[in-house]
Every structure is written in structure tokens, then in C-alpha cells.
Ligand binder design. Structure first.
Ligand SMILES: [Zn+2]
Length: 142
């Protein structure tokens, strides 16, 4: 239920896992084992399973959620914006601009600048990234 928040956190460079389909007990076990802070909007989960570190997310709006997490978890100011894959959390690698593009990206006029070594997704910083930067700025996070 917090997948959009997870993407925003990754966009700011914070190491953020999501586990779609995982049972609540698995989530809590994983968070405790990895020493991660569990973010949730599920009060029953917090009450019943008592993860070691957790944050109850109050808003339903992803940018408000992001602002809350940065403030309440005391995260350091983001300085690695657009450094992680938004989908799988893996740190991105720079793309060699001389390397041939995969067929699905061959029509693009802008070269991608980064690639996820895990899921192979390509990233380039056009209109979508600029809209994200403006949203972060409006939220006071850049
Ligand atoms: Zn990826």
C-alpha cells in the first residue's frame, strides 16, 4: 500500500525495500533481521507484531508521506537523488554512451544516462525527472 512512497524514497537515494505479496510476519521478520524501519499504514500490524523499528504513516498522499518519513525517521538530507532503481532499489550504473541501445530504446533521441544492473531498466532524465524534481522542491525536500 506504500509502493509510491517507496519509489519516492528511492528517487531520493534512500535504501528502500518493498515486498509485494509478503505476509505481515515475513515483513516484520525481514525488517528486524535487516535492521530496517518498517513503514506501514496498518495499525493492527504494529500492535500485534511489534516490529523493532517502525513508523506509522499518517497521510494517504505519497509526497506528504515522504515528508513525514524524512522528518520522523530523522533521515539525512538527500544527496544521491536518482541514484537507485525506482523499481528494485539497486544502485544505478552510468551508461556508456557509446554502447548500443536495446531495440526497445533505439528510437529515443536522448541517450539513457543510467542503467539498473539488476532489472536492466534504463533511466534518462527528461520531463518526468524534472517533474519529480519540482514536486520534491515544492515539498521542501530538495
Ligand atoms: Zn532495477
Amino acid at each position: 500500500m506504500l509502493l509510491r512512497l517507496a519509489r519516492w524514497l528511492r528517487a531520493l537515494g534512500y535504501d528502500t525495500l518493498d515486498c509485494p505479496g509478503a505476509e505481515d510476519r515475513e515483513l516484520v521478520h525481514r525488517a528486524n533481521t535487516d535492521k530496517r524501519c518498517l513503514l506501514t499504514r496498518d495499525r493492527a500490524l504494529l500492535r500485534e507484531l511489534r516490529p523493532k523499528a517502525s513508523l506509522y504513516i499518517t497521510s494517504q498522499q505519497p509526497l506528504e508521506q515522504l515528508t513525514q518519513v524524512v522528518a520522523d525517521a530523522g533521515l539525512p538530507k538527500p544527496n544521491l537523488v536518482f541514484s537507485r532503481c525506482l523499481l528494485c532499489n539497486t544502485p544505478l550504473h552510468r551508461v556508456d554512451v557509446q554502447a548500443p541501445l536495446p531495440e526497445y530504446a533505439a528510437h529515443l533521441t536522448h541517450q539513457p544516462r543510467k542503467r539498473c544492473p539488476q532489472c536492466q531498466r534504463l533511466y534518462w532524465f527528461g520531463a518526468h525527472a524534472r517533474r519529480m524534481e519540482m514536486a520534491l522542491h515544492r515539498a521542501g525536500l530538495s
